[in-house]
Design a protein around this ligand. Structure first.
Ligand SMILES: Cc1cc2nc3c(=O)[nH]c(=O)nc-3n(C[C@H](O)[C@H](O)[C@H](O)COP(=O)(O)OP(=O)(O)OC[C@H]3O[C@@H](n4cnc5c(N)ncnc54)[C@H](O)[C@@H]3O)c2cc1C
Length: 479
């Protein structure tokens, strides 16, 4: 049995793992050679959202989506040895002794951390279990990893067949969007009365449903979860159903039924309450509640947000993964160098995005309360439809929904809008939002309901981050 030691170990080589590794060695040269990143997948860390939006569309390769592509740096395999990060791929941790600071791996080796560990094991796809008839059908797909992506891509490219997508959350809808780009026949099954429940109001969900229908998607509101797959003698599902007489026929089925946090190794760490979303309980410095030298980043991290009266947050989205990882790396460096300042907590405005049919939308803030959707023509250009949503709690805007967007500064303004906790009266109009943004030309870009990342689009989400790469080539609009 071999034992190897590193000053800092990052467990989980996904989005957060990739950003944390960069943060450590770029933040402190002396850490080069002292950092190790462990991942059970056979790929370098990659920008997972790009799986559905770039990779599945055949626009990007696995190298294109390597972290930190979103920020203009693609760390393909040789980046790691060149930058003093020992990257172990295809290696799975099977147990951790946090007292001894030892991780046992599935090849019987032991990896020790002498100072800190960052846990970034993320989530796995929720799959239909053995309680569902036909759950192991060979034509049932999921999407979390490049392996999933490759399996699906092979079928989408080769065969013009009928797909049934189960689930109207972001994953199901991003996959539906990709299938639409290939002009496949798609039926989308929702258990709820609209897509993206409970985040979207009926009106906002309906707005996107119309777009999916215009793209040929058939939407079935089953009102109940899919309970069975009818499988033929070759193990191939031909239909799915939900316990009634109704059946939906398909050649391929996609399960977009959510994710499960990868927490199985962490029995010894305190968890956050279920009502607070679960995950590993951390403080506002992202240190686990159980051990000071255990930092947590990405999907599994549950932390209090001083910005939201210390409400506990657990955010399964990519910007949170990048931000928590960078923060953990910076904090560890500060601790190692005795420069850590107590008031330097993780100060982050939650925000996330997705893209349906090429329409990018974003949410800034922590949605709650009543949702008001405003769709108006731009005051200066009536031909421009605008989509804006506002979540209002006690007459204060708590979160903002935007469709469209092209530049960093627009986002900054959206964030400022939420942070200013603007009041919102019943009779307020979109004009007051425009006033806040002060420059109508910027608003025009920002709210224009034109999809900006349809194939061939020249607009780029973060021009500055592309570091001179032609926006047509950079692909960062898909990360
Ligand atoms: C298809 C898809 C599309 C998405 N689109 C969006 C989007 O549009 N917008 C958005 O905000 N978010 C999106 N997300 C969510 C976003 O990608 C995640 O929130 C983000 O990847 C979380 O990062 P993470 O590092 O915590 O976990 P992950 O990126 O999942 O990485 C965790 C890694 O840890 C590894 N691991 C786990 N356990 C072990 C172990 N025991 N030993 C070794 N390795 C282990 C896993 O194999 C994995 O590689 C999307 C996710 C998917 C799957």
């Amino acid at each position: 049995m071999t034992t190897i030691s590193f000053k800092v170990v990052i467990l989980g080589a996904g989005v957060a793992g990739g950003y944390a590794a960069r943060g450590l060695v770029e933040g402190d040269e002396s850490l080069k050679g002292q950092v190790c990143l462990i991942g059970e997948e056979g790929f370098v860390p990659y920008e997972r959202p790009a799986l559905t939006r770039g990779y599945l569309l055949g626009k990007l390769t696995s190298d294109d989506i390597a972290t930190c592509a979103y920020e203009g740096e693609r760390h393909i395999k040789d980046w790691y040895p060149k930058n003093g990060v020992q990257l172990y791929l295809n290696l799975k941790a099977i147990s951790i002794d946090f007292k001894k600071q030892e991780i046992k791996m599935n090849d019987d080796s032991i990896i020790k951390y002498t100072d800190y560990i960052i846990l970034s094991t993320g989530s796995a796809s929720r799959e239909f279990g053995s309680n569902i008839l036909g759950y192991n059908a060979t034509n049932l797909f999921y999407m979390r990893t490049l392996i999933h992506g490759n399996k699906m891509l092979e079928k989408i490219i080769l065969e013009d067949k009928k797909w049934v997508v189960i689930g109207g959350g972001p994953l199901g809808l991003e996959v539906t969007s990709a299938l639409c780009a290939y002009e496949r026949d798609v039926t989308l099954i929702l258990t709820s009365n609209t897509i993206m429940q409970p985040l979207f109001s009926k009106e906002l969900g309906g707005y996107y449903e119309t777009k999916f229908i215009e793209n040929g998607v058939k939407i079935i509101k089953s009102g109940a979860r899919v309970k069975e797959f009818f499988v033929n003698e070759e193990g191939i599902a031909t239909h799915c159903g939900w316990g009634t007489e109704d059946r939906v026929a398909g050649d391929f089925f996609f399960g977009g039924i959510g994710g499960i946090l990868n927490l199985e190794l962490f029995d010894d760490l305190e968890k956050a309450d279920r009502k607070d979303g679960g995950g590993i309980k951390c403080d506002e410095y992202l240190q686990s509640a159980s051990y000071d030298n255990v930092y947590v980043a990405g999907d599994i991290c549950n932390y209090p947000s001083p910005m939201f009266d210390n409400k506990r947050l657990i955010l399964g989205n990519v910007r949170n993964a990048r931000a928590t990882a960078k923060y953990a790396a910076t904090s560890i460096i500060a601790k190692l160098n005795n420069t850590f300042k107590k008031n330097n907590y993780f100060d982050y405005l939650p925000n996330f995005y997705s893209d349906f049919l090429g329409y990018l939308w974003e949410v800034w803030g922590q949605p709650g309360g009543d949702f008001i959707m405003i769709q108006e023509a731009h005051p200066d250009d009536k031909s421009k439809k605008t989509v804006l949503g506002i979540w209002v709690v006690e007459n204060k805007i708590d979160a903002i929904f935007l469709e469209g967007g092209s530049k960093d500064e627009h986002r900054t303004k959206a964030a400022q809008y939420v942070l200013a906790k603007k009041s919102w009266g019943k009779n307020d109009k979109l004009e007051s939002v425009y006033e806040f943004f002060s420059d109508n030309t910027i608003c025009g870009d920002m709210f224009g309901a034109q999809p900006w990342n349809k194939p061939g689009s020249t607009q780029c989400i973060l021009p500055a981050a592309c570091q001179g790469i032609n926006p047509n080539d950079c692909g960062c609009d898909t990360m």
